[in-house]
Design a protein around this ligand. Structure first.
Ligand SMILES: Cc1ncc(COP(=O)(O)O)c(C=O)c1O
Length: 483
């Protein structure tokens, strides 16, 4: 905890000063003015934010939904009679129609040719990643290559690879920007053995640092014999992913990250040719055309259906089309412009904060400008003597000001470990007796180091006032002591 006179922040937002800051911001980021429509939509569709005086800065956690998305979905459910799809009765056919219509809409949204790609509904991005991991035909002599900077749901695929005897290689990320080591990547890509199964996985945008890893890697890797799994979960909410331009073999998406509602639906966008390579480790209801107990055999349904286990989340799926149409009505490019203007300003302001002795208040993990990055701003706060404020305490104090940030490692241990300087030597003891290590014991092992950082993520309806309030909150740590 913090020492000093108070554990409270002393946050004051003076409208006149915010007005001046806003004018200066608009001069530095003139493109922001072209996104005014989003301020209007915020008032009309997300009024709960301002009514409750809430500053929401956790869009990489999940986006917020517009009121009209809920209304439209509820009206559909209220008016329709929908049964479990994939049968030939009327209510089932009505639902099948909506599910298939949504599938087509998703392809159109990502500009993916139906000849090339198919959509497999999953509960979330993790569900899509697991489908690839468990079905990719890894074996001895095969490879799984991935960046240090990856969500745990991509890291977890290494257990399938390792279990089947494939080699697992991590491409390191380099300080200070935490971008992938280009030489290491080039050397690793050159090691694909022809005729073997080689899978390369990376995030289009890091959920830890906001780094956008180049989409050019997709074609480069494929030309060297790799199948490419692009994790677009953090990228898609504020960037255009055009699958007529980029052709990753597999892409995972969580829809709530794009438009907030519904949760529980995601998808795997898979190239049809790549899908043929996958071998499902089991079958289940919904994935078969025919199975027999006495003959001890089964036939999988061809195509995407053999990957959708059990009943899909059918009543929620139409809300995905509603959400995508909502984003299209705004324009993803407008969302992108706004996110980047606010991100640039936030980074500039946070980095400029200094204690009276001149030492910086903030350490940023990730690029300090808006080139090839998204709206995720990951920091830790330090006191005038360079001692760290625990990010969980800072998050808690932000709560008191109704600011939603997110503290932790964000399920991205690789980026965190490089950012915070954890070495294999530091961490190896944690895993020696892994059945017995509690989180408290883990803290003891990493003595004096933080377990994570504080993430602000900017999205769809973030306003200037939101980021301004966060900066004012950060200011309250100037000249304050961390215990
Ligand atoms: C980059 C990235 N990949 C994958 C995921 C997993 O998404 P989900 O938890 O919705 O499955 C997340 C979630 O935050 C993410 O940020």
């Amino acid at each position: 905890m913090f020492t000093g006179t108070s554990t409270q922040t002393d946050l004051q937002v003076r409208p006149d000063q915010m007005g001046l800051a806003f004018q200066a911001f608009r001069r530095t980021y003139p493109a922001f003015d072209s996104t005014q429509k989003l301020d209007e939509l915020r008032l009309a569709e997300y009024s709960r934010l301002d009514q409750q005086e809430h500053v929401y800065l956790d869009y990489t956690g999940g986006a917020l939904y517009a009121e009209s998305q809920l209304r439209e979905h509820l009206a559909l459910l209220n008016d329709g009679i929908f049964g479990n799809p994939h049968s030939k009765n009327l209510t089932s056919m009505a639902m099948t129609h909506l599910v298939e219509q949504t599938r087509e809409y998703i392809l159109r949204y990502f500009n993916a040719s139906p000849d090339e790609y198919t959509v497999i509904f999953t509960p979330n991005a993790t569900g899509a990643l697991k489908l690839v991991g468990e079905s990719y035909p890894f074996g001895p002599g095969d490879q799984y290559l991935l960046t240090f900077d990856n969500h745990n749901s991509v890291n977890g695929i290494r257990e399938f690879a390792r279990g089947k005897g494939a080699r697992v290689t991590y491409v390191p990320v380099l300080l200070p920007d935490l971008r992938a080591d280009p030489d290491f990547l080039a050397q690793s890509l050159a090691t694909a053995r022809p005729g073997r199964n080689n899978l390369f996985a990376y995030p289009a945008q890091s959920n830890f640092t906001g780094v956008q890893h180049p989409l050019e890697w997709i074609a480069e890797a494929q030309s060297k014999g790799w199948d490419v799994l692009l994790d677009a979960a953090a990228f898609a909410p504020s960037n255009r992913l055009d699958l007529s331009r980029w052709h990753p073999d597999f892409v995972d998406i969580s829809f709530y990250k794009i438009f907030g509602y519904p949760t529980g639906t995601g998808c795997l966008l898979a190239r049809k040719t790549a899908l043929q390579k996958l071998k499902r480790p089991w079958y289940s209801g919904g994935t078969l055309t025919f199975s027999s107990v006495v003959a001890f055999d089964h036939y999988l349904t061809p195509g995407s259906a053999s990957f959708e286990d059990g009943t899909v989340n059918y009543l929620s799926i139409p809300a995905v089309e509603i959400g995508l149409r909502w984003i299209e009505s705004i324009g993803i490019d407008m969302i992108h412009t706004r996110v980047m203007c606010l991100t640039g300003w936030l980074i500039d302001q946070l980095l400029a904060l200094r204690h009276s002795n001149g030492r910086p208040l903030i350490r940023l993990y990730g690029p300090a400008n808006i080139q090839a990055r998204g709206g995720t701003v990951q920091v830790n706060f330090f006191d005038p003597d360079g001692r760290l404020f625990d990010c969980n305490d800072v998050e808690r104090l932000a709560n008191e000001e109704r600011i939603s940030l997110r503290a932790g490692c964000h399920c991205n241990p690789g980026a965190r470990e490089v950012a915070l300087g954890f070495t294999e030597e530091t961490l190896a003891p944690c895993f020696r007796a892994k059945d017995r290590l509690t989180f408290e014991q883990f803290l003891h092992v990493i003595d004096g180091k933080t377990t994570g950082a504080l993430r602000a993520s900017i999205g769809l309806v973030t306003s200037f006032a939101d980021v301004y309030k966060y900066v004012q909150f950060a200011r309250t740590f100037i000249d304050r002591n961390a215990g």
